[in-house]
Design a binder for this molecule. Sequence first.
Ligand SMILES: [Fe+2]
Ligand SMILES: [Fe+2]
Length: 214
Amino acid sequence: MALEHLSVGEIAVILPGAATVFRRHKIDFCCKGDTVLAKEAESRGLDLAALEAELHALETPGVHAPAETADLIAHIIERYHKVHRREFPEVIALARRVESVHQDRTDCPRGLANLLADMFEDLEDHQHKEEAVLFPAMIRGMGPVLRDPIARMMQDHDDLGALLRFMAELTDDFVPPEGACTTWRALYAGCSKLDMDLREHVHLENNILFQRFL
Ligand SMILES: [Fe+2]
Ligand SMILES: [Fe+2]
């Protein structure tokens, strides 16, 4: 299958494991999912043929997306909303510890705990709106009237994307510095997991669920 003319969002849907490859190359398949692969490769200076070969070689299972809308919504809540609610407080606590113990080091991720706390607060508000209003309306089969609320949710997703980029900058793309302690390593592993989960979560909403109502 020729991939170059497909959008990165489509590829992430049809090709299991593509999300992981995109993340490795910092290709935004969730908020900028409508960008065509060839264009994305060109603008990022990536070798298109090598990228396509990497995508074709995928064998691992990709983002799981149930076909029925109600099932997809239940999956998003169970696999993402609830998991973020559990993991954010743990990662914020790790960040506070690292920032206080290692404040003298130049590579200390200063501001990471506050960034994570802000992200979590915004996300909670956003998830609540989805769970209380938008998702039930979708399950009831409401159509075009959902355009505006969906646009607002997609704007929130874009804002979250900007914060994720900032988190990656602060953590040197989740690579702990030489000699980092276990807490520091656990922190960056936790941030990396949050990043992947949040990108998959936004991808399922922007590129699959919301498209059914636009
Ligand atoms: Fe969501
Ligand atoms: Fe969302």
